[in-house]
Write a protein that binds this ligand. Structure first.
Ligand SMILES: [Zn+2]
Length: 208
């Protein structure tokens, strides 16, 4: 990861409003007649923050870990994606300095819940509330009232030497390795046991 002590990452996401689904933004369910369409829970803010974090350590993007269409993360809680990004950040030897976000949506008003949303996001990221900023504006002049967008930026600082072997994005060379990462993340969020166990090629205890 070079010799730099601080790095920056940017993330962007958008989802279309759709009737009949709950509106999930920032890990919260908001009162609104429509939610955001997506393969997962459509949490536009958590997806943008995930990409900002992955981008800060050049670990790919949300789509490289979770290609759309896999039934396992249909309606998935987007905390899964945040957990993946935090793991990648840790493995690269970095921690979050601060996160800044701008939501762009016509409705509902974010201001009344922004404080609670900041606290929720800080909690998900394991950082203090003053390290998290959530701003919101309406999509003036863009004819995009049916869409929610989010921009996010993350500043991170080095806290340890990177462990190349632990970087999941570097380690994923096969479909099966990607499956293992995804299974592990699903387990971490939903608390369900892994569907299958992977036997290592050799038992490290036997090497003497
Ligand atoms: Zn998304």
């Amino acid at each position: 990861m070079g010799k730099t002590d601080i790095r920056v990452g940017f993330g962007y996401d958008s989802h279309e409003f759709k009737p009949g689904v709950p509106l999930r933004i920032g890990g919260m369910t908001l009162e609104h007649p429509e939610g955001l369409a997506g393969h997962s829970d459509g949490d536009v803010l958590l997806h943008a923050v995930t990409d900002a974090l992955l981008g800060s350590v050049a670990a790919g993007d949300i789509g490289s870990f979770f290609p759309p269409g896999d039934p396992r993360w249909k309606d998935a809680d987007s905390a899964i994606f945040i957990n993946l990004a935090l793991e990648e950040l840790k493995n690269a030897g970095y921690q979050i300095v601060n996160i800044d976000t701008t939501l762009v949506l016509a409705a509902p008003k974010i201001f009344p819940v922004a404080g609670e949303m900041r606290a929720r996001l800080a909690d998900l990221l394991g950082i203090e509330i003053d390290q998290v900023s959530i701003k919101a504006k309406t999509p003036e002049g863009m004819n995009l009232d049916h869409v929610a967008q989010c921009h996010a930026i993350a500043l991170v600082e080095r806290v340890a030497e990177p462990d190349e072997l632990k970087s999941m994005s570097a380690a994923i060379e096969t479909e099966r390795q990607l499956e293992d990462v995804v299974e592990g993340l699903l387990t971490s969020v939903h608390g369900v046991p892994k569907k299958r166990t992977i036997n290592p090629v050799y038992d490290t205890e036997d090497i003497t």
